[in-house]
Design a protein around this ligand. Structure first.
Ligand code: NDP
Ligand code: 2IT
Length: 452
């Protein structure tokens, strides 16, 4: 029998080793800390999880691929970027997770995202393992032709590592429908196969699932609604602050409006917009999805209800609900203190790890309902798995059917996290609930499949 304090000591030891063996990967260390710090109770309660090597295997990716991505810009100049695919854990199914194109991408960032993805995918209850990839390529300001050449070069190496039964990438920051199209075209050309299930987030006319573009944002709002229900409230009339203005932010704002809440902000790396009448989604979609412009243009065109704040912290805007939907570590301790002062009721993470550990702690101490990304933003990857199911069956479901499935999945994830937290003496702590529930499912599969 292992006690909780013995488990904690063993996990602390492993965390030091992770830092030592993976130098200069702060985001990966942070993600590993956040999960491992909550596992002591489940390891103490279930002796099989104390088996030597189980958690050690879980924190070591099964495979890590790093490759050169050379491409030519419109002037014929050659650029060299770095491509990554980290295939972290396939105990539950093919590796599954997005590709991120952003200048900040490095191995540590991809490993943090891949590690989170293992538990997130387990929480969906579907048959998908965890992986993540991407490149330090910056798509901002690049022409369609440049993005196409980059995607073709990226896939010319990546194709040999992926497949519908092996590893199934999708989008993330900087990778949306346009990029998935170019990537899929090159995969098809190289392999001479119509293998729809090799990528998700495809166009609806050629193998994509309806509601996949909406799924992450919609799912996060459904998760936030479930947390609010626990507190005896709904979303009607609540004011929401949303960061980001990309895929996740846009469909978060859309679903908030559908459920009667009012999102008054959006942001990008240039600053934020606050619109007291509520964000006009048609205008935001036109600027972001069609023109690929910046958020200050929104304020310019919207008129007197909106203003653009360059730089600045979107978390200064008072809100009942907060849905960070841009990037990691965007909401720190100071921001959390401001939100608490302004009476925030719930924070639900659309982005991956947007809230720093200190900020999470502060919010939880103040009694704010906190939905961690691996639970709250799992709707995107869940509908990706539904896209794979449709591809295998060579069929496509109606939007209503997909949305109904998404709603069930998000409510189930909420219930699982809530009940697991109660079972391990941490009522209301969705971080502990999500980590333990995800861990149990993956660990059981790993134990059953032997030491590999
Ligand atoms: P997009 O590329 O569509 O949008 C990203 C948004 O975040 C943009 O507004 C971007 O602004 C802003 N942003 C990105 N990096 C930074 C930064 N370093 N500082 C300030 N702003 C930044 O990406 P998504 O909407 O798809 O992804 C947003 C988040 O959601 C990410 O954390 C992603 O991992 C997570 N996520 C995405 C899922 C999906 O299905 N797409 C699923 C689950 C989670 P700018 O254009 O100025 O860079
Ligand atoms: O972080 C994520 O869950 C995603 N970017 C979506 C992954 C996917 O495979 O749909």
């Amino acid at each position: 029998m292992t006690t909780r304090s013995e488990s904690r000591t063993a996990l602390d030891h492993l965390l030091s080793e992770i830092e030592h063996r993976n130098p200069a990967q702060p985001e990966f260390h942070q993600a590993a800390h956040e999960v491992l710090e909550t596992l002591a109770p489940v390891i103490a309660a279930r002796p099989e999880y104390a088996e030597p090597g189980l958690v050690e295997r879980l924190v070591e990716p099964e495979r890590q691929v790093i490759f050169r991505v050379p491409w030519q810009d419109d002037q014929g100049r050659v650029h060299v970027n770095r491509g990554f695919r980290v295939e972290f854990n396939s105990a539950l199914g093919p590796y599954k997770g997005g590709l991120r194109f952003h200048p900040s991408v490095n191995l540590g960032v991809i490993k943090f995202l891949g590690f989170e993805q293992i538990f997130k995918n387990a929480l969906t209850g579907l048959g998908i393992g965890g992986g993540k990839g991407g490149s330090d390529f910056d798509p901002h300001g690049r022409s369609d032709a440049e993005v196409m050449r980059f995607c073709q070069s990226f896939m010319t190496e990546l194709y040999r590592h992926i497949g519908e039964h092996t590893d199934v990438p999708a989008g993330d920051i900087g990778v949306g429908g346009r990029e998935i199209g170019y990537l899929f075209g090159q995969y098809r050309r190289i392999t001479n196969r119509w293998e729809a299930g090799v990528l998700t987030g495809k166009g609806a006319g050629w193998g994509g699932s309806l509601i996949r573009p909406e799924a992450t944002g919609y799912g996060n709002v459904l998760f936030a609604a479930a947390m609010m229900r626990e507190r005896g409230e709904d979303l009607e009339g609540q004011t929401a602050v949303v960061s980001g203005s990309g895929n996740v932010a846009i469909y978060t704002i859309e679903k908030l409006a559908a459920l009667g809440a009012n999102a008054v902000t959006c942001s990008d790396s240039s600053g934020y917009v606050v619109d007291e009448k509520g964000i006009d989604l048609d205008l935001l979609k036109q600027i972001k999805e069609v023109e690929r412009g910046r958020v200050d243009v929104y304020a310019e065109r919207r008129g007197s209800s909106a203003r653009f704040v360059p730089g600045g912290s979107v978390w200064d805007v008072p809100a009942d609900l907060v849905l960070p939907s841009a990037t990691q570590n965007e909401l720190d301790e100071n921001a959390a203190a401001t939100l608490i002062r302004n009476g925030v009721k719930a924070v639900s993470e659309g982005a991956n790890m947007p809230t720093t550990p200190e900020a999470v702690h502060l919010l939880q101490q103040a009694g704010v309902a906190f939905g961690p990304g691996k639970a709250a933003n799992a709707g995107g990857v869940a509908v990706s798995a539904l896209e794979m199911a449709q591809n295998h069956a060579r069929t496509s479901w109606t939007a209503a059917r997909v949305e109904e499935e998404l709603t069930h999945i998000m409510n189930d994830i909420h219930t699982t996290c809530h009940e697991t937290a109660e079972r391990y003496d941490a009522p209301g702590d969705y971080v502990t609930g999500a980590n333990i529930a995800g861990f149990e499912r993956v660990a059981d599969a790993m134990l059953a499949q032997g030491v590999i």
